[in-house]
Design a protein around this ligand. Structure first.
Ligand code: 7TS
Length: 407
C-alpha cells in the first residue's frame, strides 16, 4: 500500500490543534501515535474477551489465553524467530535488556571479563551493563565512532577479544539515526564465544527484523514506538539460552512445582513472565504489527527516509543550524540551532504546534562525544508529511529570529 495523507485518518490524535496551530507531531522516536485499529483491538479485547490467562478452564479464560498466545505467535512471525518460546513479553525494551543483564550477564560475566557497548547507546542498553560490570569487576569497553558517528566493523574488532562475554549494541541510534552492522557483529561476537544483545527499539518500528538472519542472541523492542500501546515490549532470545537462564522475577505463572523451601520453574517464556501478564498490551501489539505489515515496512522506511532527506536539505540552508550524524540515516534529524538551547528551540516550536524532542535523549555519553549538552530531534513516521516538514523549517526560521542574539 502506498503511503499518502489518508493514512492520517487512522490516527485520531493527529487531528487537533496545539496552541491554536495544527498539531505537527515529530516525536515518534520517543513514542509513536496509535491507529484506530490498535485502539479498537484493545477496546474489543476488554469488551469481549478479557479474563486472566493460563489459569481457569472457563471460556473467557481460554479466549484470553488464545489472544495472548496468538499475539506471541504474531511477534514470532514478525521477527522471524524459530520458536514461540523465544518471545518473552516484557514491559518494554528497558525491561527486556535488564532481564538479559541481570540473568545472563550476572551468570556469565566474571572478574576480568569484558562487556562491549558503543558510544551511541541509549541508557537502557548501557546502565544495565555498567551494573553488571561493577558487580562482577568486569571491564566495560566502548566501541569508538567514526567522526560522523558511525560504528564500523574495524572499530568493533578493536574492542572484542577472547575476554569478551557480551556485546550490547543498538541496531539504530535514537540520536544519529545510523544503522549498525549487527549481522556482521554477530559473526565476530560468536567467533570469540560471546553473545550479542541487539537493542532494536528504533529499528523494529521501521524496518523488517529477521533475528535468524542477524543471528543475534538477544533482541529487544517496545510496542509503543511502533503504533502499539505503552507498557509492553519484547525480549527475543535463543531458546537454549533463555531456558538456561535464571528467572529475574518470581511468583505465580512462572513456576512448575512449589515446595516449602524451593521451587522449580517453567521453561521460557513463562519463567520470565511472573504474575498476570500484559494481556491487553499483547493484543494491541499484535494489532500494531498487522497494521504496519498491511502498509509494508519497506514502504514505511522509504517514506520516513525521504522525509528526513527533504528536511535536511532545507535545514542546511538555515545559517547556524548544525545537523548531527551522517547523510545515510533513518527517518530522524538531530540538530542544534546556533547556541540557542535545545529546550528553547522545542518550546518555541511547541508554540507553533510542532512537537520535537529536546534534551540528552537518554544518551549522555553520546552527547558528550558530540560536544553538545543537549540537542533537538525531529523524528518522522508513516503519518508525517512534507507539509509538516515545511512547517518545521518555517518554525525553525522563526525560532532563529526569536533568538537572533544567538547568531
Ligand atoms: N533503546 C533505544 C535505542 C531507544 O531509543 C529507547 C527509547 C529505549 C531503548 C528505551 O525504550 P523504552 O520503551 O524501554 O523506554 N528512546 C527514546 C527516545 O529516543 N526518546 O524518548 C525515548
Amino acid at each position: 500500500m502506498k503511503i499518502d495523507a489518508s493514512i492520517r485518518d487512522q490516527f485520531p490524535i493527529l487531528d487537533q490543534t496545539v496552541n491554536d496551530r495544527k498539531l505537527v507531531y515529530l516525536d515518534s522516536a520517543a513514542s509513536s501515535q496509535k491507529p484506530l485499529v490498535v485502539i479498537e483491538a484493545i477496546e474489543n479485547y476488554y469488551k469481549t474477551t478479557h479474563s486472566n490467562v493460563h489459569r481457569g478452564v472457563h471460556t473467557l479464560g481460554t479466549r484470553a489465553t488464545d489472544a495472548y498466545e496468538g499475539a506471541r505467535e504474531n511477534v514470532r512471525r514478525f521477527i522471524n524467530a524459530q520458536h514461540q518460546e523465544e518471545i518473552v513479553f516484557t514491559r518494554g525494551t528497558t525491561t527486556a535488556i535488564n532481564i538479559v543483564a541481570q540473568s545472563y550477564g550476572m551468570e556469565h560475566v566474571g572478574e576480568g571479563d569484558e562487556i562491549v557497548v558503543t558510544y551511541l547507546e541509549h541508557h537502557a542498553n548501557l546502565i544495565p551493563w555498567q551494573q553488571v560490570a561493577k558487580r562482577k569487576k568486569a571491564k566495560l569497553k566502548y566501541v569508538e565512532l567514526t567522526p560522523d558517528g558511525r560504528v564500523t566493523m574495524e572499530a568493533v574488532r578493536a574492542q572484542v577479544t577472547d575476554r569478551t562475554k557480551v556485546v550490547a549494541m543498538a541496531h539504530v541510534s535514537n540520536v544519529l539515526g545510523t544503522i549498525n552492522p549487527v549481522a556482521d557483529v554477530a559473526t565476530l561476537v560468536h567467533s570469540v564465544g560471546a553473545v550479542l544483545v541487539v537493542d532494536a527499539a528504533q529499528s523494529a518500528p521501521h524496518q523488517k527484523i529477521d533475528v535468524q538472519a542477524i543471528d543475534c542472541d538477544f533482541l529487544a523492542f517496545s510496542a509503543h514506538k511502533m503504533c502499539g500501546p505503552t507498557g509492553i515490549g519484547v525480549l527475543y532470545g535463543k531458546k537454549a539460552l533463555l531456558n538456561a537462564m535464571e528467572p529475574v522475577e518470581f511468583g505465580g505463572e512462572m513456576i512448575d512445582y512449589v515446595g516449602l523451601e524451593d521451587s522449580t520453574f517453567k521453561p521460557s517464556p513463562y519463567r520470565f513472565e511472573a504474575g498476570t501478564p500484559i494481556i491487553a498490551g499483547a493484543v494491541g501489539l499484535s494489532a500494531a504489527i498487522d497494521f504496519l505489515e498491511s502498509i509494508g515496512l519497506e514502504n514505511i522506511e522509504a517514506h520516513e527516509r525521504a522525509l528526513a532527506r527533504y528536511a535536511m536539505d532545507q535545514m542546511r540552508d538555515i545559517e547556524g543550524l548544525t545537523i548531527y550524524g551522517p547523510e545515510e540515516r533513518v527517518g530522524l534529524v538531530t540538530f542544534n540551532l546556533g547556541d540557542v538551547h535545545a529546550h528553547d528551540v522545542a518550546t518555541v516550536l511547541d508554540m507553533q504546534g510542532i512537537a520535537v524532542r529536546a534534551g540528552h535523549h537518554c544518551a549522555q555519553p553520546l552527547m558528550r562525544w558530540l560536544g553538545a549538552s543537549s540537542t533537538a530531534r525531529a523524528s518522522f513516521y508513516l503519518y508525517n508529511t512534507t507539509e509538516e516538514v515545511d512547517a518545521l523549517v518555517t518554525g525553525l526560521r522563526q525560532t532563529k529570529e526569536y533568538f537572533s542574539h544567538g547568531f
